[in-house]
Write a protein that binds this ligand. Sequence first.
Ligand code: IMP
Length: 420
Amino acid sequence: MITEIIGLQYGDEGKGRAAHYEAQNASIVIRATGGNNAGHTVVSNGKKYAMHLLPSSIIRKDVKSVIGPGVVIDPKVLIEEIENMHKNGIEVSPRNLIVSNRAHLILNHHKELDKLYESMKSNKVGTTGRGIGPAYEEKCRRTNIRMCDLLLPDDVLLEKIKENLRVYNILAEKFEDFHFINPEDEFKDCLIYRKYLRSYIYDSQEVINNAVEKGLNIIVEGAQATYLDLDHGDYPMVTSSNPNASGSASGAGIGPTLIDEVIGVMKAYTSRVGEGPFVTEQKNEIGDTIRKIGHEYGTTTGRPRRCGWLDLVMILNAKVVNGLTSICLNHLDTIGKMEEIYVCRAYYYKGKVINYVPIDRENCEPLYTRFEGGWDVTGVTTYEELPEKAKKYVKYIENYTGVKIKYIGIGPDEKQTIIR
Ligand code: IMP
């Protein structure tokens, strides 16, 4: 069984919850796209683990976690994250973590470039500043350094780094905003990365091919989300990879016909960090209240998230883009604290009522259906025990999308999950 877990909105939907549950029966969990722009928070037995690069399965001893070929890795961050897990008494070793030798590195100049590009843009994306875009850009230019390169003989690695930095350092000679980066310094850093990471670097495809042949359970743990997707999101206010189900399958090294289940993860409302269209945004007391009760501050950057009502037009579109087979609905507890709730069921666009996502979404007006809120889910463990008003909300989403809601999150701890 191969399952993908994909974000249906703008990221931060709580993919870690579904990933963690699905990982209970999995042999392998793979991170497939993006880098440390992602932030997974898993609360297990009252303890909170914030991860950016490691798959959330790392806290499970019996699962092999893989960072796949589609990921861009800041080695400094990966090492810090592994060290942090060790401090928390979590095993991370080559026994339970593989870093694909095909994955690309994020180096210092990528982070410099990320900030510079943003500062130069009149229409800012609001990137995480982690060097994600520039690393993918160099990957596409076919000049980037990969994990496998760290294992090359010293002189070959140094040559690659010099080649990789050539264009950047020509710019640094001309423009004072670009800080010259000495290839020798980058090389020294790479030697540290090599020493620490060498036993983790492996051909993940070998492991995945074997697992597929044996019919083992595999989870592809998505990062970011459908509306941050380079092709299907609100370009240019997107990330630089394809975190939809197809892109994630590719980033993991698994073909589309091998995928059995695609679980889409969504919140019972909408939140977004960074710039870009947001049809149901509430730039008012409602948005402030949702942010406060939903603790809507970025795991990666700490930025307050923009908040608003649930937009089901987005979810309907995401159903097709990702080929959803089920949904994980999070924060049903949070939205229930609002006395009245609105859900966007269609857009009013150029004089018409539509239920697809047009390219100029900023020109859409939301058409809302009102729900009565004010429900309390304390102590609830089954769907049947949910207050009627909450069930009505869940049913509406299910009927509208035609997709079964498999998991319902009613609190931050993974145990606060209703499984149907
Ligand atoms: P980048 O991925 O750092 O280039 O940022 C591009 C856009 O995607 C910005 O609006 C970020 O805030 C957003 N973004 C990237 N990764 C995530 C994520 O994991 N969750 C939420 N937003 C993200």
